[in-house]
Design a binder for this molecule. Structure first.
Ligand SMILES: C[S@@+](CC[C@H](N)C(=O)[O-])C[C@H]1O[C@@H](n2cnc3c(N)ncnc32)[C@H](O)[C@@H]1O
Length: 267
């Protein structure tokens, strides 16, 4: 079982109705462009969270999107978003793990994930699954939080304790894994971001009322749920180095192609 399935960090986010990735909407646009998402593309969004990007791609680019997430609460949030936006014909959501995807081989033109794979212990298995469900010649694209330079040990330990994620170095690490899992023409685009820039990008991609509702849920949860308070106590033990976090921390957009034929010459 993936350790994130019972993570308080994600339970809290599902309850608040907000999930995120570094770079916000601009990063989603870049990922979609590099992966050639267009009208009618069959797109799988792994770790779709509350469905913000999946619904955006269905609405903006007219893609046919399926979102999967290991958390049933996230999937319920995503499906509700699609209903509210009148997107149910182009956006569907189901519970599933990136390491065991419930789809036939070659089902998708594009497989995307945003800020998901650093939370998955068996990354080779996840990337191999993305390759399996992509069609030959299809693309797999990821936005991952990465270390731009070696972080202080207490910062890496703090983030792992609070979020469950283990981040990799920006240059080469995810690209090497993609190549190891059989992808061709792997590219990486590394970005730095600032606190204000990141905050603005998050506000831009959330609806204003969602933002207000999330804060309301947070305050209610804090006073009514002991698990939240215990999580908040852990999260508030912030090391001094966290103030300089975005000096060490950024995000990378990694894209690879599934070969048209495999090593044995099969399509
Ligand atoms: C940081 S959130 C990002 C959500 C969304 N991609 C976004 O950008 O808003 C990570 C998401 O990955 C999901 N997740 C974690 N492990 C997973 C797995 N093995 N398979 C599918 N989803 C997973 C979590 O439940 C959570 O919704």
């Amino acid at each position: 079982m993936n350790r994130t399935s019972d993570s308080t960090y994600f339970a809290l986010q599902a309850n608040l109705g907000v999930t995120k990735h570094l770079g916000g909407r601009g990063a989603t646009d870049e990922l979609a462009r590099l992966c050639h998402v267009q009208g009618g593309s069959r797109v799988l969004v792994v770790g779709c969270g509350v469905g913000t990007s999946a619904c955006y791609l269905a609405a903006r680019l007219q893609a046919r999107v399926v979102g999967v997430d290991i958390s049933p609460a996230m999937v319920r949030r995503s499906a509700r978003r699609a209903r509210k936006k009148g997107l149910t014909e182009r956006a569907a959501f189901l519970v599933g793990s990136g390491t065991a995807l419930p789809f036939d081989d070659g089902s998708f033109d594009v497989v995307l994930s945003e800020s998901v794979n650093s939370f998955i212990p068996d990354r080779v298995r996840a990337l191999s699954e993305y390759r399996r469900v992509a069609k030959p010649g299809g693309t797999v694209g990821m936005n991952e939080c990465v270390w731009l330079e070696s972080p202080p040990g207490d910062l890496a330990a703090y983030l792992e304790r609070v979020t469950g994620a283990r981040f990799m170095d920006a240059k080469g690490s995810w690209s090497r894994l993609l190549e190891q899992c059989g992808f061709d023409a792997v590219s990486e685009h590394i970005h730095r971001t600032g606190i204000l820039e990141q905050w603005c990008s998050e506000v831009r991609q959330a609806d204003a009322h969602e933002f207000v509702a999330a804060w309301g849920s947070f305050v209610r949860g804090f006073f009514s749920n002991a698990e939240y308070r215990s999580f908040a106590r852990t999260a508030l033990k912030v090391p001094a180095s966290a103030g300089r976090m975005l000096r060490y921390f950024g995000y990378g957009i990694y894209v690879g192609y599934k070969p048209e034929v495999d090593a044995a010459g099969r399509r």
